[in-house]
Design a protein around this ligand. Structure first.
Ligand code: PMP
Length: 429
C-alpha cells in the first residue's frame, strides 16, 4: 500500500502559490476525485514513481502518447541525439520530412502534413482550413468530444471541461459559440436533421471517431455510415480527430480500423513520442490552401521541433517495425475481462467500454453510448475506486470521464496485479 505522500502534499501546497490551481492542465489537480495530486519524479516502462518513492502501474500514459511505455531506450536515444545537435532552429530539418513520410505511410489521405506543437493547434487549423476552403461558417461537433481548447471547440466539450463541470467555457463569445452546432454522438438522425436544416452553411463535421474524452465510447455502424455520407453529400469536410486514436488503435488509427474516409485528420500525442506535438494531414488540394502556398494562415515558432520530430519518428518507426497492436488488444482484453469479473464478484454495477488499448470503467448500469449515458455514471463511486487503486499502486485516470491506456510495456503479471488491486478496491467501496 502506498498511502504516504508527504512530499507530494508539500509540493502541491507550494505549487498552488505559484501555478493556477497548482497545475498546468486542469485534470491533473484531482478536482474530480479529491485528494492531493501525485507529483511524479520518473517513469520507466509501465511504471511511474512519485516524489515520495511510491511506484504505480500507469494507465494514463501521459494521456495516450506513451504507447511503447515510458522512457523507451530507442526513443530516449533519438531525443538525446537530436537535442545534442541543437533543440530548435526555426528553420526546416530532415526530421520533419521523415516524420511526415511515416504519417503518410500510415494515413494514405495525408498527402501533405503540417506539424504544430499541440493537438489543440492542429484542430484549430483544421477548422480554419475547412472554413477557408468551403467559405462556410458553421462547424458540427458532438457533445462530449474534446478537440482541444480552441474557442469554437469548447462548446459541450469533453475531458477536463467535463471534469470541472463546465463543458461551455466562460470567455467564448456567444456569437462564436453559435457557429458550432452540437449534436449527440452516435445519433445519425440528428446529423441528418442538422444537414437538412443548415447543409449549405456547414464547413465541417469534426469528430473523435472513437471517443476517449467522455470516457471511451465507440461509434455505432449507422453513425459511421452517416459520417461517411452526409458531410460529403452537402459539400462539407469530415475532420477525423485522431489526436488520441492515431497510431493508438492501429498503425492507421481509427480510420483504418473502421474503414472511414477522412477529408482532414488531426494528430498529436503518439506522433511526438512524449514531446509537445500536433499535426494536420489531408489531400494536397486542401492542404495547399495553407500558408505559405494558400490564403489560410497558420504558423508556429516551435512547430516541427527537431527533438519532438526525432522522438516521434523513433516511436512510429518501432510501431511500424514491430507492431504491438495485437499484443495490446489481447492484454487489454485480459484486463477488461478481469475487471468485469471482480466487479461482478463484489456486486458492483459497472460498464467497461474498451476499444483496442483504450478503456473506461463506468460506474453505470447499461450501455454507455453517448454523453447522456456517460453522465449517468456515478462519479463519486469512481473517485473512491480511483483512490482504492492508487493506494494499491495503480494509477488510473483521475476522472470518470477520461480514457485509460495500456502500453506495450504492460505485462500479463502487471495485469494480474491490477485486477487484484481492483478486486480489493471494489470490495472496499
Ligand atoms: N483532440 C483530442 C481527441 C484529444 O484527446 C486532445 C487532448 N487530449 C486534443 C485534441 C488536444 O490536444 P492537446 O492537449 O495536445 O492540445
Amino acid at each position: 500500500m502506498s498511502d504516504a505522500r508527504p512530499r507530494s502534499e508539500a509540493l502541491f501546497a507550494e505549487a498552488k502559490q505559484r501555478l493556477v490551481g497548482g497545475v498546468n492542465s486542469p485534470v491533473r489537480a484531482f478536482g474530480a476525485v479529491g485528494g492531493t495530486p501525485v507529483f511524479i519524479e520518473r517513469a520507466r516502462g509501465p511504471r511511474l514513481w512519485d516524489v515520495d518513492g511510491n511506484a504505480y502501474l500507469d494507465y494514463v500514459g501521459s494521456w495516450g502518447p506513451m504507447i511503447l511505455g515510458h522512457a523507451h531506450p530507442a526513443v530516449v536515444r533519438a531525443a538525446q541525439r537530436a537535442v545534442e545537435l541543437g533543440s530548435s532552429f526555426g528553420a526546416p530539418t530532415a526530421a520533419e520530412v521523415t516524420l511526415a513520410q511515416l504519417v503518410r505511410e500510415a494515413f494514405p489521405t495525408a498527402e501533405r502534413v503540417r506539424f504544430t506543437s499541440s493537438g489543440t493547434e492542429a484542430c484549430l487549423t483544421a477548422l480554419r482550413l475547412a472554413r477557408g476552403v468551403t467559405g462556410r461558417p458553421l462547424i458540427v461537433k458532438f457533445a462530449g468530444c474534446y478537440h482541444g481548447h480552441g474557442d469554437s471547440l469548447l462548446v459541450s466539450a469533453g475531458s477536463g471541461a467535463l471534469t470541472t463541470g463546465r463543458p461551455n467555457s466562460a470567455g467564448v463569445p456567444a456569437e462564436l459559440a453559435r457557429l458550432t452546432l452540437v449534436l449527440p454522438y452516435n445519433d445519425p438522425d440528428a446529423l441528418a436533421a442538422a444537414f437538412a436544416k443548415h447543409g449549405k452553411k456547414i464547413a465541417a463535421v469534426i469528430v473523435e471517431p472513437v471517443v476517449g474524452n467522455m470516457g471511451v465510447v465507440g461509434p455505432r455502424p449507422d453513425f459511421l455510415d452517416a459520417l461517411e455520407r452526409l458531410p460529403r453529400r452537402h459539400g462539407a469536410l469530415l475532420i477525423l480527430d485522431e489526436v488520441m486514436t492515431g497510431f493508438r488503435l492501429s498503425w492507421g488509427g481509427a480510420q483504418r480500423l473502421l474503414a472511414l474516409r477522412a477529408d482532414l485528420t488531426t494528430f498529436g500525442k503518439i506522433i511526438g513520442g512524449g514531446f509537445p506535438v500536433g499535426g494536420l494531414g489531408g489531400p494536397r488540394r486542401l492542404m495547399d490552401q495553407l500558408a505559405p502556398l494558400g490564403p489560410v494562415y497558420q504558423a508556429g515558432t516551435l512547430s516541427g521541433n527537431p527533438v519532438a520530430m526525432a522522438a516521434g519518428a523513433a516511436t512510429l518507426g518501432l510501431l511500424k517495425k514491430d507492431p504491438p497492436y495485437k499484443f495490446l488488444r489481447d492484454t487489454t482484453d485480459h484486463l477488461v475481462h478481469g475487471l468485469r469479473a471482480v466487479a461482478r464478484r463484489r456486486r458492483r454495477e459497472v460498464t467497461v467500454n474498451a476499444v483496442e488499448s483504450m478503456f473506461t470503467v463506468f460506474f453505470a448500469k447499461g450501455p454507455v453510448t453517448d454523453l447522456k449515458s456517460a453522465q449517468r455514471a456515478n462519479a463519486k463511486l469512481y473517485a473512491r475506486f480511483f483512490h482504492g487503486l492508487l493506494r494499491r499502486g495503480v494509477y488510473f485516470p483521475p476522472s470518470q470521464f477520461e480514457a485509460a491506456f495500456l502500453s506495450a510495456a504492460h505485462t500479463p503479471a502487471d495485469i494480474e496485479k491490477t485486477v487484484a488491486a481492483a478486486d480489493a478496491a471494489f470490495r472496499d467501496l
